[in-house]
Design a protein around this ligand. Sequence first.
Ligand SMILES: NC(=O)c1ccc[n+]([C@@H]2O[C@H](COP(=O)([O-])OP(=O)(O)OC[C@H]3O[C@@H](n4cnc5c(N)ncnc54)[C@H](OP(=O)(O)O)[C@@H]3O)[C@@H](O)[C@H]2O)c1
Length: 269
Amino acid sequence: MSKTVLITGASSGIGEATAKYFLEKGWNVAATMRSRRKAGDWTNQKGLICPSLDVTAPETIESAIRETLEHFGSIDVLVNNAGYALMGPLEGVTPQQLNHQFQTNFFGLVSTIQIVLPVLRQQGKGKIINVASIGGRLAFPLASSYHATKWAVDGLSESLRYELRRFNIQVKIIEPGGIKTNFINHGTDWATHPAYTDMVNQVKGFSERMNDSLPSPEGVAKAIYRAANDRSGKLRYSPHGEAYLLAHAILPDKLWRSLIANVMLGKTK
Ligand SMILES: NC(=O)c1ccc[n+]([C@@H]2O[C@H](COP(=O)([O-])OP(=O)(O)OC[C@H]3O[C@@H](n4cnc5c(N)ncnc54)[C@H](OP(=O)(O)O)[C@@H]3O)[C@@H](O)[C@H]2O)c1
C-alpha cells in the first residue's frame, strides 16, 4: 500500500518540487496550499489532492488533515514547509510584521504538529520533517527576524525527537542553503528604516543578483524524500547548505564575519 505525505506550502518552490517528487515515487500526496487557486496543471494527477491549509488558521489544518485521512486513510509523513522571510533592519520591524513572521514560520508549524500528532500516535508510527534553513544554524545580515524563527524551529525539532521516540515518531530537520524559488523575489517582506536605507538596498541587490545562480528546489525535494525513508536517527539534512555550515564551523569568527560583511554589505558595512 502506498504511503501518504502531507506537505504545507506546496503551491510553489520547495513544497511543489517535493510534492512532485513523492508523487513520482508512488506516494499518495496531500499537497496543501493556502489557496487552491494556486494549484497548477501538475496537480491534476491520480494519488494527489490539494486541501486548503493556511498554517495561521488552525481550522484549515484540521480540515486538511481530515480530508487527507478520508482520501488516503493515513498520514505517514508530515512536511512542515510553509514559510517566508521577513528581512530588513530590526529597528524598522513593526510588531505586526514580526508577529506574522512568527505566526507563519514558527507557531503555524507548532499548530500543524500538534494537530497531526494524535493521528501519528494512533497509527503507532510517523515522521515529522521540518523545513528550517542553514539560517537556523548561522545568520546573515538584515535577516534577524527570519533567523529567529528558523533557530526556534531547529531547537524545537531537536528537543521534540526525544519525547516522540516512545511513539515511534521520528523528527527530521531540513536545512537548505539558498534555493531558487519565489522566496527571494515574491516571498519576502522587507522592513525599512531611514538609518539603514543604503544597507537595505545593498542586501536587496545582492539577493536578487544571487537568486539567478542558485540551485533549483529539486535537490531539496530529494533530501526530504531521503529523510522520509531514513530509519536512522539522523536529525539534520542540509541540501546545498553543507559548505556554508562547514565554513561557519571551521573559520575563525573574525574571518567569517569579514567575509560575509564584504560579500553582502560591501561599502555599507
Ligand atoms: N529558497 C530558499 O533559499 C530557502 C532556503 C532555506 C529554507 N527555505 C525554506 O523553505 C520553505 C519553502 O520556501 P520556498 O523557498 O519554497 O519559497 P516559496 O516558493 O515562496 O514557497 C513558500 C510556500 O509557503 C507558503 N506559505 C506562506 N505562508 C503560508 C501560510 N500562512 N500558510 C500556508 N502556506 C504558506 C506559500 O504559499 P503562497 O503561494 O500562498 O504564498 C508557498 O507555497 C520556507 O520555510 C523557507 O523558509 C527556503
